[in-house]
Ligand binder design. Sequence first.
Ligand SMILES: [Zn+2]
Length: 307
Amino acid sequence: MTCVLFYHFPGSPGNGIYIYGNLDDRSPMRYRRGVFVNKIMILRRLFLASLLLFSTGCAAPSRPILADLPTGSLIDLTYSFGSDTIYWPTEEGFVLEKGPAGKTKKGYYYSANRMRLAEHGGTHLDAPIHFHADRNTVDQIPVQQLIGEGMVLNISWKCRTNRDYQVRVDDILEWEDQNGPLPPDVILLIRTDYGKEWPDRLKYLGTDLRGEKAVADLHFPGLDPDAARWLTTQRKIKAIGIDTPSIDYGQSTQFQSHVRLFEKNIPALENIANLHLLPPKGFSVIALPMKIREGSGAPLRIVAILQ
Ligand SMILES: [Zn+2]
């Protein structure tokens, strides 16, 4: 349970200290006004906050930290989850079990559903543990690694005539010739334009069959394992994304791009939407997955902010 406390001093409008913290589950807690309150911890933090405020001459931030986020046009790079969401042929897919919906006896409206889903499907994140032991699980990936400057490598014209195309080092070098070197800590997004076929399984995956046998019929572009290794050794990227179901191409059987990226704790973002709306560079990416403890992957909400 996270407690967020705003400490406001009368007579100083707008000034205050935000205190964020994880309440220790072992400590006594009370439920009050909609939040669990750990009284001991809050009193300790109030005391520390007062010390901080007075020792810095009331130099507390005058605005919430949100004001420091990049501003610009927002582009949602996420597909809605529903019955048509594309999962691997061996998976059941996304199931929303409808719950009650309607006016209650007390007069207010209420609806609540349940859902059932695999970690890997729809717009989602692959955590490094997915293909490499002793690497980060979803909840272990630092948040900073999922927020940063974004770049789009557009290889859609090569994928149009070759469903099995794999992005090569030469493609990246060509991009750099036109746009400058990939800056460190970039989130690199590969645009194949297969996203334009979503949610048509046959056009997007190469097959609309289901089950284990259908896996051999998957045909969609991905990242060549040599390029994956090159990115991890010759460049410094935070994460990599693609508008296909997998960072390895559909015909892969060894998934070596996954292996090489994940060995270096670089997560992959898959089934990314709307990459055709982004420029090659000049935007930020925020890619936050559901924080599943020990998860190998998770549904992802990803947005771009154009500068
Ligand atoms: Zn995945």
